[in-house]
Design a protein around this ligand. Structure first.
Ligand SMILES: [Zn+2]
Length: 145
């Protein structure tokens, strides 16, 4: 749950620091770490301290994480303002579960979550590498809840 919610939080932290409405092309959540693959040209290594600092600032702000169901069209409009889309969702899905970190990020997600960001603990970036074709992969973990 902590790693999963940290991945949502990180999506927006990366966007803010890179000043890019980058697209997340895939993500992976393990019990001990998460990865995000997203569109970006070049290494994000030099941004690590800034991304980490921003992510952990949001953690400490103890923002509420809530879920709700919405009709697909409404959900699509809603998550768009957080640069998210329903692109990967099968077309037959008509009702969408939205997970929102209050005032920070919202996306369609059926997964687990913590109830507020301070439960996440400290987010620590582990590594990055280029996946080629303008796709960057970063890995991170959470410590000390
Ligand atoms: Zn999720």
């Amino acid at each position: 749950m902590r790693v999963h919610t940290s991945a949502h939080l990180m999506s927006q932290a990366i966007r803010e620091v890179l000043h890019e409405p980058m697209e997340i092309v895939s993500s992976g959540i393990d019990p001990e770490k998460a990865r995000l693959d997203f569109t970006h040209e070049g290494s994000t290594r030099r941004f690590f301290p800034e991304i980490e600092a921003l992510a952990n600032k949001i953690v400490k702000e103890n923002r509420t994480v809530k879920t709700r169901l919405a009709p697909r069209k409404e959900a699509e409009e809603y998550v768009k303002r957080f640069h998210e889309s329903l692109k990967t969702m099968p077309p037959q899905v008509t009702e969408v579960r939205i997970v929102e970190i209050a005032g920070w990020h919202a996306c369609a997600c059926g997964g687990t979550r913590v109830k507020s960001t301070d439960e996440i603990g400290e987010i620590k970036l582990l590594s990055r590498r280029s996946k080629g074709k303008g796709i960057e992969r970063i890995e991170f973990t959470v410590q000390n809840p």
